[in-house]
Write a protein that binds this ligand. Sequence first.
Ligand code: AMP
Ligand code: MG
Length: 270
Amino acid sequence: MSHADRWRIVPGVRPDLVAIDPAGTDGAPGNKSATGEETATLAERLADLQGRLWAESERSLLVVLQAMDAGGKDGTVKRVFRAMNPMGIQATSFKAPNDTELAHDFLWRIHAALPERGKVGIFNRSHYEDVLVVRVEELVPEPVWRPRYEAIRAFERMLTTEGTTVVKVFLHISREEQAERFRARLADPTKNWKFAAGDLDVRARWDDYRDAYADAMEQTSTATAPWFVVPADHKWYRNWAVSRILVDVLDAMDPRYPAPAEGLDRIVID
Ligand code: AMP
Ligand code: MG
């Protein structure tokens, strides 16, 4: 059993998001400051593991981040992934699809943004929007979005066998915490830009989104491409938990520096 199993969604099981406390701190090594220290230690391991993955250049890791608005996707990218060498990272945030993207299947833009061998790809939102916002806002009818669960399973299975490890993280915040963060976005001029008027319409449909998330995770958490639900009201806990998951996943991938070229040991630099 790995540390990350605490947050893993078992395949076929619908997570009960009402029962999972967004303010929970289960398994944390201590209070905010002790946990922060542990996160710093994990950051060093992340840096080492990513360096190996980059040097090996054979496989890649895709980390999908999903959350309600203000759930901490941007903050997680900033705080957790800064441990890594930017050269080996490819981060993409997905907005509402443009006309060209809409003229293709929903995985077309996703496929184009995948990390090449050696890289860690970060998706801030993802193909999951096509069974979340698209479902709740009825942007397409059910006969169109429902088969997407199977399409996603098949797509991620293909990625896995082709050398891309896929992990998916749902940052789980409470409705109250979202309200706090929205208020901060309205009050702080440096955060105003993060608030969109439409965010309140989405907030009004909180329960519908929660149901859509639970269904998506039940349908698409698999042994090889698992979902993790991370309580995210406390940013210090979220950063530690996501770091913990990434270290576990990269450890299991066990990336290796390539074997030295033949004869390196006989070369003399004068
Ligand atoms: P933000 O992450 O705050 O920059 O907002 C991005 C917006 O794009 C959100 O409102 C998402 O719901 C929306 N979005 C992302 N992907 C899709 C999609 N496939 N279909 C419709 N809207 C999307
Ligand atoms: Mg937003």
